[in-house]
Design a protein around this ligand. Structure first.
Ligand SMILES: Nc1nc2c(ncn2[C@@H]2O[C@H](COP(=O)(O)OP(=O)(O)O[C@H]3O[C@H](CO)[C@@H](O)[C@H](O)[C@@H]3O)[C@@H](O)[C@H]2O)c(=O)[nH]1
Length: 432
């Protein structure tokens, strides 16, 4: 199928099939035109259809509008293909918030998930709609793995995303000292595999403008700054202090390299710590708020902790996913620090969280050497002025509000756990 271009309009001429001796009738021509419009992410209003014998163009346009309308839930000539996003790490904290955010923006969202013997989709179950309801299910899940390059390329070719968000990782810093090789494979080489899949997919399908303009987001981390003193900005040097942080540095530079070498629209978001009630239970904030809930309800009395002196710039994950999206909506790809610009110690977090429910943290916290790391990152506090200026982004949830939000949810969760404990379905000693 061939197009002519006039200003911003795409012009398609349906040949007079009988004269040309073609087998395809106008109906079939309209169908193939629909496929092309959908694939190339075009708005129908920007497509002009001519018929050589001046027959059927209105019919063809109406039929295409109907089919696009069915797909997008809209009607009429304004419709175009929905934007399509592909997210690795969709089952994680950030993946779940980003999915909600993109669905609400009208995207179709595809998530790559790892096979696991237990279901690991708790954070997205509330937005999951059975794919048998094809017209309603705009979030779709597929099995793949960042350690399996062929699966990444295959899903890119199938899904044809406009935007790719690489959020998957072995994201626990302390655990990366225990499984450094695996951490590097997923975090560093995994990002490289995905970048290469995006590059080769775009090259193989480069006749389509939407493929050439595919956009890539790399989830970077403030851990990359490591021992560099605060405030840390885009121009601060990286000095990683863990296998995780070193792997994130590699992923960062792979992303820069694919941008410079191949002109890929690829951005690094250098996100400082971001938390929420969906935070994994072995990160310090959630570990604390889970314990506060359980202690308050009487399911636990002690909390074993590591270094309370570390300072972190803690924001709300729901705010940070907006920054990811904003980076991919700019004219040019770039790297951005995303942070609240306010830092607190772990001890201050304990103080606010326990204090909020009327408890004294010193009565419950026990220091356990096991939770100290071979090398620590003492102080992270971001300078996010570039993101605020260029993206127009700023955090909405402050430190106190974040802690209270997490404690409120975890007190409720502990109440539900208590019902299970009282009914004998759960052991009270089971701790997160
Ligand atoms: N996890 C944990 N951390 C503890 C504990 N006691 C003290 N800490 C201290 O609390 C700080 C924060 O630890 P985490 O919540 O595990 O997060 P992180 O190491 O800062 O890494 C997180 O943020 C990065 C962004 O800077 C992310 O890249 C990374 O994936 C993770 O989400 C660290 O200095 C850690 O030593 C404990 O019992 N558990």
């Amino acid at each position: 199928m061939s197009w002519n271009q006039f200003n911003s309009k795409r012009i398609y001429i349906i040949p007079d099939f009988k004269e040309a001796g073609y087998k395809m009738n106008s109906n079939q021509a309209a169908n193939s035109l629909y496929d092309q419009i959908y694939k190339e992410n075009l708005f129908l209003k920007n497509v002009v259809i001519y018929h050589q014998a001046n027959r059927y163009p209105d019919f063809a346009k109406k039929m295409i509008a109907n089919r696009l309308g069915e797909r997008t839930g809209a009607a009429g000539e304004e419709v175009g293909r929905r934007k399509v996003a592909l997210i690795t790490g969709i089952t994680g904290q950030d993946g779940s918030y980003l999915t909600e955010f993109l669905l609400q923006k009208g995207y179709e969202v595809h998530g790559l998930i790892r096979r696991s013997s237990n279901f690991n989709t708790q954070r997205i179950n509330h937005i999951y709609i059975d794919p048998h309801n094809a017209h309603k299910a705009r979030m779709k899940l597929h099995y793949a793995d960042l350690t399996d390059a062929s699966s990444l390329r295959r899903w890119l070719d199938t899904i044809l995303p406009d935007e790719v968000y690489n959020l998957a990782a072995q994201s626990h810093v302390a655990v990366s000292f225990e499984i450094p090789d695996y951490t590097a494979d997923v975090v560093a080489t995994g990002a490289l595999r995905l970048l290469e899949a995006v590059r080769s997919h775009a090259a193989a399908t480069s006749s389509s403008p939407s493929r050439r303009h595919i956009r890539y987001y790399q989830a970077g981390s403030s851990e990359m700054f490591g021992s560099t003193p605060p405030p840390q900005s885009e121009s601060s040097p990286f000095h990683p202090r863990s296998p995780y942080a070193a792997a994130k540095c590699a992923a960062h530079w792979y992303t820069v390299n694919y941008r410079e070498a191949y002109g890929l629209f690829a951005c690094n978001g250098i996100l400082f710590n971001h938390e929420s009630p969906r935070r994994g239970e072995n990160f310090v904030t959630r570990k604390i708020t889970r314990a506060v809930g359980r202690i308050k309800i009487g399911l636990q009395s002690k909390l074993f902790m590591g270094n309370l002196g570390a300072r972190r710039d803690w924001g709300f994950a729901g705010d940070y996913v907006e920054a990811m999206w904003l980076m991919l909506q700019q004219e040019r790809p770039d790297d951005y620090v995303v942070a609240t610009e306010e830092a607190h110690t772990v001890e201050e977090f304990l103080e606010v969280a326990f204090g909020y429910v009327g408890l004294e943290w010193r009565d419950h916290v026990v220091i356990d050497k096991r939770y100290f790391r071979p090398a620590e990152v003492d102080e992270l506090q971001g300078d996010s002025s570039k993101a605020r200026r260029v993206l127009g982004w700023k955090p909405r949830v402050g430190f106190q509000e974040l802690v209270r939000m997490m404690v409120d949810e975890d007190v409720e969760l502990a109440k539900r756990e208590k019902v299970l404990v009282d009914a004998g379905y759960m052991d009270a000693q089971q701790q997160p």
